[in-house]
Design a binder for this molecule. Structure first.
Ligand code: OGA
Ligand code: MN
Length: 225
């Protein structure tokens, strides 16, 4: 069992047509803290998101920064991709958010993760772009709990580079390489798995998202409204 703060696995209720996939993702996370599933995101959703992403004018993609709020800083040494947040204003965006919410509900019931909110963005890595080794959340901050990445690239070849490398610990130097192929879903505990995106040799499109817990107190509302 992976070191999650869970009670125990509970039986599967009726969560609709994505039940099987959600169950596999939950089992993977329970056993190893991460899940890599190919051809996993429903095809029609992949198509809708691909069309949506292609329709975003390049001006709406912003150079990605690191950190939140006042800590937000652009740092070309760390990452050179560009991003566009998904707000649900478009039908495809809303369908994606609905899918993510269904996964959130499932994982909360199955693994007692207490996931509270979800944020996500399209990302575009042009040729040569990368994202150096990093973690999505820092221990103790208990903020981003689960990271999810899905890919929108049809026909990605080995020589196109751009793999996600997921490291199993702070000291792991080898990692697991994931080809950013259309429909592949990667989910992992945000604090536990350093990861990086190797330089892509062609345009690389993905969606990255984070499920967060509610760490609000009387002085601070988090996630911000
Ligand atoms: C991120 C990230 C991985 C990927 O945006 O934080 O690690 O494969 N993305 O796009
Ligand atoms: Mn990341």
């Amino acid at each position: 069992m992976y070191a999650l703060q869970t009670k125990d696995l509970v039986s599967n209720g009726d969560f609709g047509h994505d039940d099987t996939l959600f169950g596999l993702i939950a089992d993977d996370i329970y056993q190893q803290g991460y899940s890599i599933r190919h051809n996993a995101l429903p095809d029609s959703l992949v198509q809708a998101l691909t069309i949506q992403q292609q329709a975003i004018p390049s001006i709406k993609f912003k150079e990605a920064g690191i950190g939140r709020d006042n800590l937000y800083a652009k740092n070309e040494f760390v990452r050179t991709d560009e991003i566009c947040w998904i707000t649900g204003e478009t039908e495809a965006g809303q369908r994606w958010l609905n899918w993510a919410t269904a996964l959130q509900v499932f994982l909360n019931r199955r693994l007692f993760l207490g996931l509270f909110s979800f944020e996500s963005h399209f990302a575009h890595y042009g040729p040569g772009n990368y994202y150096k080794r990093h973690v999505d959340a820092f221990k103790g901050e208990a903020n981003r709990v689960l990271s999810i990445v899905v890919y929108l690239n049809s026909g990605w070849a080995l020589h196109n580079g751009g793999e996600l490398v997921l490291y199993k610990s702070d000291t792991d130097k080898e990692g697991v390489k994931v080809t950013p192929l259309q429909g592949t879903i990667v989910a992992f505990l945000s604090e536990e798995f350093p990861h990086e995106v190797l330089p892509a040799k062609r345009d690389r499109y993905s969606i990255a998202g984070w499920f967060r817990v509610n760490t609000s107190n009387k002085d601070k509302v988090d996630p911000p409204v």
